[in-house]
Each structure stands twice: as C-alpha cells, then as structure tokens.
Design a protein around this ligand. Structure first.
Ligand code: MN
Ligand code: MN
Length: 324
C-alpha cells in the first residue's frame, strides 16, 4: 500500500494548537459510542421494519433486541475500551495484553458478544496463545469495530507499523486477510481525518482498498440490511459517509439501513467523529450517553494520543480538555 504523505503535510498540527487534534480524537471516541448506541436500537431490523416502527430512526431511544437502556452501548464500544485500557497499561498495542483484556471483559458477562469473538477468547484461555489460527471464515467486522484505540496510539507511525499493531489486536479473534485489509483502511481513514484530511481524502483511501479488492466496491448497489461480514459493513459505512456532509446525517443514513446497525454505526461514528469533531455530535444524542462511558472515551482518547509517535517525536502535549 502507498505510504500517505498526509501526516508530514499536516505536521503543523502536532503542537495541537487550540487542541484541534485532541478534540478530533475525542470526537472519534464519542462518535464510536454514539453510533453504537444509536444503531443498537435497530440492529438486525430491515430498512422497511425500521420505517414501520420509527419512520426515520433518529433519536436515542434504547430498546432493540438487546432491550438497551436509552444511550446504552454494546460490545463494539466495550471491546474498544477494553483494548484501549490494555494499550494504556502496556504502553503499546500488545497481543497478550489485548487478549487478557478481552478475556476480562467476557468474564463480566457482556450483554452481547459475537461468535468469532467468543471462540477466539475461549481459545486464548485454553491455549494461552493470543493469536487465533488463520481462518477464511473469520472475515466478520468484530476486529474492525474495536480498532479505534490502535488508530490513536499509532498516529504518526508508518502504515506497515499501523498494520502490524492492528494485526496484534485483531488476530486474538479474527485472523483473516479481508478483515485485516478492511480494518487497516478504517484506521488510515480515522488517522487522516484526525490530521485534518477532508472527505475527499478519506474517499481516496477507500478507493485504494477497492482497487486492491473489488469486493469492497461501494459505488454500485445501495447497501441495505448489511451483515456482519466486513465487506458488507464497510460498503455501508462508505456509502453513508460519502453521501452526507455532517456527523448526524452520516449516522442517520447508516443506521436506517438496518442489519448490523450498531456496528456500522460504531465504525461510521468513529470516522465521522474524527472528521467533524465532537461539536458535530448532536447534543440530544450526547446527553444520553452514560457518564462513565463518556468519561472513559474522553480520557482514553487523550491518553492514547499521548502514547502516539506523533506526540513522542515532537514532545508535544495534548491539551487536557474539559468534558464537552
Ligand atoms: Mn454490538
Ligand atoms: Mn453489531
């Protein structure tokens, strides 16, 4: 994959004047949680079922098959926060630390958990190995939905280093080249948005993925009722992101397509949150996010950025921002 020149073009942001980079990182983390909570309501519904129940689903109401409280997040956000904790305590992305954190999370009996995730964590407990064997059927979106902490902690690294760090966390449960390629694309889009890239810059990264693997082509048929397959998931995310020009519009477009809506919401939310910043997140959604989740997202966003090579190289400081 081509090494993007973007990070050097935008190095003026490294001093984080005005806390712009920090704010975008916080926007990405809150966006992930908001997208997860908004989409959870309509997970596994079809677009016509959503229309019948809500006309347009655009408010934090909870419910859904998981009987969520209003604003409650699911495994997508919980696993990202578990991964983030492991990176913060290990000081880097570490497969063993990530596997242990995922295992601790599963022990606390989460409200939902994917089959591939459960199998991977069970295998780690059995064998002690944090890398599941390669599997052609593991191209689910479970490694991608939790990848945001990697994007933050590796900001300023080469694409090869970002890829290696991501594989360490991803392969605990999902050891599959299609999942790896899709997740690396999302990581690059988040990092590019953090550094000030616009929608066209993000689309160029998505188009590189499509050029590598035509399965990801999102330009033709409208994606509806997407499955948990990474290809279906990302085609939905790309269509919603590139057809809209605000955080709110991207998320509403995305979750109303139904299917694995909490996860398409989470991934769209992390990219759109980095792109538009936390100010783009509607207060009527923000208000319902549980305070402990909101605080964890904000603290991790700042802590993970401080670990990143971009900050280490320049001795720059992230600005400690108050809770929005
Ligand atoms: Mn979920
Ligand atoms: Mn899901």
């Amino acid at each position: 994959m081509r090494v993007s020149a973007l990070s050097t073009d935008l190095l003026f942001l490294v001093d984080d004047s005005g806390g712009l980079l920090t704010r975008r990182a916080i926007g990405a983390y809150l966006g992930l949680a908001i997208g997860d909570a908004l989409g959870g309501t309509v997970e596994f519904l079809t677009p016509s079922e959503i229309r019948a129940a809500y006309r347009v689903h655009r408010d934090m109401v909870g419910g859904g098959w998981l009987r969520l409280r209003r604003g409650q997040v699911t495994d997508d956000t919980d696993m990202a926060l578990a991964l983030g904790r492991s990176i913060l305590s290990a000081g880097r992305v570490d497969a063993e630390a990530a596997a242990a954190a995922f295992s601790d999370w599963m022990r606390r009996k989460p409200i939902d958990i994917g089959n591939t995730v459960r199998r991977g964590i069970a295998a780690y407990r059995r064998t002690g190995s944090p890398e599941s064997p390669p599997c052609e059927y593991d191209a689910g979106n479970g490694a991608c939905m939790r990848c945001l902490p990697v994007a933050l902690a590796t900001l300023g690294s080469s694409i090869a280093q970002v890829d290696a760090a991501n594989r360490a966390q991803a392969h605990v449960t999902h050891n599959n080249p299609t999942s790896d390629a899709g997740t690396l694309c999302v990581l690059r889009m988040v990092q590019t948005a953090l550094l000030g890239g616009d929608r066209a810059a993000l689309a160029a990264i998505a188009d590189e993925l499509v050029a590598e693997d035509r399965m990801f082509d999102y330009s033709r048929k409208r994606s509806e009722n997407p499955s948990g397959f990474i290809v279906d998931t990302l085609r939905t995310v790309f269509q919603s992101l590139f057809a809209t020009d605000s955080f709110e519009a991207a998320l509403v477009d995305c979750v109303n397509r139904g299917g694995d809506a909490d996860t398409t919401g989470a991934i769209t939310g992390m990219i759109a949150g980095a792109l538009y910043g936390p100010a783009g997140i509607p207060p009527r959604w923000m208000r319902h996010l549980a305070q402990d989740v909101r605080h964890a997202c904000i603290e991790q966003a700042q802590g993970l950025l401080k670990l990143s090579p971009l900050f280490a190289a320049t001795g720059a400081q992230t600005q400690d921002l108050s809770v929005p």
